[in-house]
Write a new protein. Structure first.
Length: 423
């Protein structure tokens, strides 16, 4: 029989790796809370139409990467490839716009895209993101970018670059698309196969192409910034001024377009420069989507958000995996004392201590070895028949290499004091 394995591109996170994940998640939760974001949880599965109408039909995500299936009720459903569409759907569905002028939401969870797996690129990956509804910017845009940079700094990601651009609003993108098509069309034959196809369907995506020939042709392409109307230009300048005021380093990237159709005005990405990421060096991407709430059936609510890939951040922040440790282990010198050990363990845990024991009935020696080597215990409580008769327990302090006898009734307090002094 063949052994079953996880789906390609979908990874297990084993317990020893989890402390590193939790550190990133905790830093994200802490900084977003300080900025007034509140967590939202939306379903992992949504109607397929939601993603088609928001992300866009001609995008890579919708064209090739979605996990879509028909459920038993004949509904066409998709595993969410990102979080913005779901957040906007929930925002409209619960008429949140009628309750408050500005809503600031954060989320953290798995997303699914059927991409070609590589280092930093998976089919199930975790995003931590925020969406801010109701503020047209540009100050909130700058604040969000600065929040991301601060967060990455707190996590120890130093070598990074912030790229910003503006897609403008209204027909800016359409006018730019025409100009870009006009620039590339005469060289159609020299474009990669993918880009030849995109020339008609979604020419902006060609700017993101990794093919050297495509990149060369794009080098002379017109800049988006030159297509901005006066209001969009003022917005973009406002963003840059605010970033300078905050002291957040950034670079205007005139050809940054990003792969989702819902964007307007501000676009940004934070890229890591560490070699560990290879081509997957975008740690975080975001932007404004002022028209999306309306497109999905709500009122006009200007909005902006970003999401960062947790696995990519973990590739840069490194750090060793760590096994969980316990405060105290309980061992028995005789198998007949296992019920007593059970009660003692319960009492220790009830007092808030992390306590564990090996109650399989092995030798005392193996129990002590496991307590020190595997459980990382600060202390071990040994129950023996003679001690039990006298109502005492042996306490081994593994750090001080000492041992003492203590009355059973005092055990919890004594261990608490020992653990407190060593923390
Ligand atoms: P995105 O650029 O598609 O934007 O993804 C955001 C981040 O998710 C990327 O920068 C990357 O770190 C991570 N990511 C994306 N795909 C993968 C993958 N296959 N494997 C590992 N990590 C990946 C969005 O998803 C937008 N919803 C962001 C946003 C929120 N814009 C406005 N609000």
């Amino acid at each position: 029989m063949t052994t079953l394995r996880a789906v390609k591109g979908m990874n297990d996170v084993l317990p020893e790796a989890l402390p590193r994940w939790r550190r990133v998640e905790a830093a994200f939760r802490a900084i977003t809370a300080r900025h007034g974001y509140a967590e939202v949880r939306t379903p992992i599965v949504e109607p397929t139409q939601l993603f088609i109408r928001s992300i866009g039909e001609a995008t890579d995500i919708v064209e090739k990467e979605m996990y879509t299936f028909v459920d038993k009720g004949d509904d066409m459903l998709t595993l969410r490839p990102e979080g913005t569409a779901s957040a906007v759907r929930a925002y409209i569905e619960h008429a949140v716009h009628g309750r408050e002028p500005i809503s600031k939401w954060s989320y953290l969870g798995p997303m699914f895209r059927r991409e070609r797996p590589a280092r930093g690129r998976y089919r199930q990956f975790w995003q931590a993101g925020v969406e801010c509804f109701g503020d047209g910017g540009p100050f909130v845009d700058a604040e969000m970018i600065d929040m991301v940079v601060t967060l990455l700094g707190e996590l120890g990601v130093q070598d990074l670059e912030v790229l910003v651009n503006s897609l403008g609003s209204g027909d800016t993108r359409d006018r730019y698309r025409e100009a870009l098509t006009a620039h590339l069309a005469p060289h159609r034959d020299r474009l990669s196969e993918d880009s030849q196809r995109r020339l008609a369907s979604n020419p902006l995506r060609i700017l993101d192409s990794k093919s050297p020939a495509d990149q060369e042709l794009c080098a002379g392409a017109p800049d988006l910034v030159d297509f901005l109307g006066p209001e969009d230009r003022a917005h973009f300048e406002g963003l840059q001024g605010a970033l300078r005021a905050l002291g957040t380093p950034f670079r205007v990237a005139p050809r940054l377009v990003r792969g989702l159709d819902y964007y307007s005005r501000t676009l940004f990405e934070v890229q890591g420069r560490g070699g560990e990421l290879g081509a997957q060096n975008t740690l975080c991407g975001g932007g404004r989507y002022d028209g999306l709430v309306r497109t999905l059936g709500g009122p006009d609510v200007p909005s902006i958000g970003f999401a960062m890939g947790i696995e990519r951040i973990l590739l840069l922040t490194g750090g060793a995996d760590t096994a969980p440790t316990v405060d105290v282990a309980v061992a028995v010198a005789d198998a007949s004392l296992r019920e007593e050990a059970l009660v003692l363990l319960r009492d220790l845990r009830a007092a808030g201590l992390v306590a564990d024991g090996d109650l399989r009935g092995g030798s005392l020696k193996s129990q002590l070895r496991r307590a020190a080597d595997k459980l990382g215990a600060r202390a071990v409580l040994v129950l023996g028949p003679a001690e039990s008769e006298r109502g005492v327990v042996q306490l081994k302090d593994l750090a001080a290499h000492s041992q003492s006898e203590i009355p059973r009734a005092e055990v919890v307090l004594r261990v608490q004091a020992l653990v407190r002094e060593s923390k």
